[in-house]
Design a protein around this ligand. Structure first.
Ligand code: APR
Length: 262
């Protein structure tokens, strides 16, 4: 069996599903009820900042209600124990990997608990709402489904002024989220790790969004074995050397045990 030195793990919304955070696509997904272009593009932020800020404020507030699950914990265990190179690349903007203890972690799509200045590009920790009182966010309480509980009714009215950047003084802070049409963070570092990877593992992602959806091809071109752990076959399942289906909370701890025993 091939010697494994460098492991690159890619995670998506499916890894946090068992913590109660909605995935994006699928019947109960976060985008149900919201068009992506209404909340997750630079154009949307320019057109209706109050709406976009309220959407991300609601998601940030939700983090206080959820905990890392067995999959996050298993990846943190791998991080602590793996003697070789490891990079966990997450597309998730939640903080569950780091709360579980993962250190060799990179948030390629940004973080809810960070703010970005659209003026000077400073990034800073941020854990409070950004939207003014004129924006109303309502939770529907009639349902028990986690994502439905998170379903939002956003009502933007009045003028919106973004919070001021403590570094440059301009009122231009925005959620530190990589919107559609923007470049993900640290692509150089990710590409370099993929090119060295002996094992690439994709967990809980639909493979619908590039560039992350293309990591499997890059890794395999460079000689890695590619393993997919997902609830169901994804759009790109055929690209992997091996696919295992099942909930991340079961599949990930089993895989981590396996790799640490090698
Ligand atoms: N365990 C494992 N996989 C799961 C689980 C679970 N418990 N629950 C759901 N999944 C799988 C789904 O089957 C699906 O294939 O997780 C995947 C989630 O896919 P998406 O909702 O598309 O999320 P993701 O792939 O992370 O989306 C990528 O799209 O909108 C953007 O920026 C956003 O980072 C996000 C990107």
């Amino acid at each position: 069996m091939r010697r494994i030195e460098t492991i690159v793990v890619l995670t998506g919304a499916g890894v946090s599903a068992e913590s109660g955070l909605a995935t994006f696509r699928g019947p109960d997904g976060l985008w149900e009820g919201h068009r992506v272009e209404e909340v997750c593009t630079p154009q949307a932020l320019a057109r209706d900042p109050a709406l976009v800020h309220a959407f991300y404020d609601a998601r940030r507030a939700r983090l206080a209600e959820v905990e890392p699950n067995a999959a996050h914990k298993a990846l943190a265990r791998l991080d602590a124990a793996w003697p070789g190179e490891l990079l966990i690349v997450t597309q998730n903007v939640d903080d569950l990997h780091e709360r579980a203890g993962a250190k060799r972690l990179l948030h390629m799509h940004g973080e809810l608990k960070s703010a970005l200045c659209a003026g000077c590009e400073a990034r800073m920790p941020w854990d409070r709402p950004m939207s003014p009182n004129s924006v109303r966010f309502e939770r529907s309480r009639e349902t028990t489904s986690p994502s439905a509980r998170f379903s939002t009714s956003l009502e933007a009215n009045g003028d919106f002024t973004a919070p001021e950047c403590p570094r440059c003084g301009a009122a231009k802070l925005r959620p530190d989220i990589v919107f559609f049409g923007e470049m993900p963070y640290q692509m150089d570092r990710i590409d370099a790790a993929l090119s060295r990877a002996d094992l690439f593992v994709s967990i809980g992602t639909s493979g619908a969004v590039y560039p992350a959806a293309g990591f499997v091809q890059t890794a395999r071109h460079c000689g890695a074995w590619a393993l997919e752990l997902n609830l169901e076959p994804s759009a790109g399942s055929y690209l992997f050397s091996e696919s295992r289906m099942g909930p991340a909370g079961e599949q990930v701890p089993a895989w981590v045990d396996e790799v640490l025993k090698r």
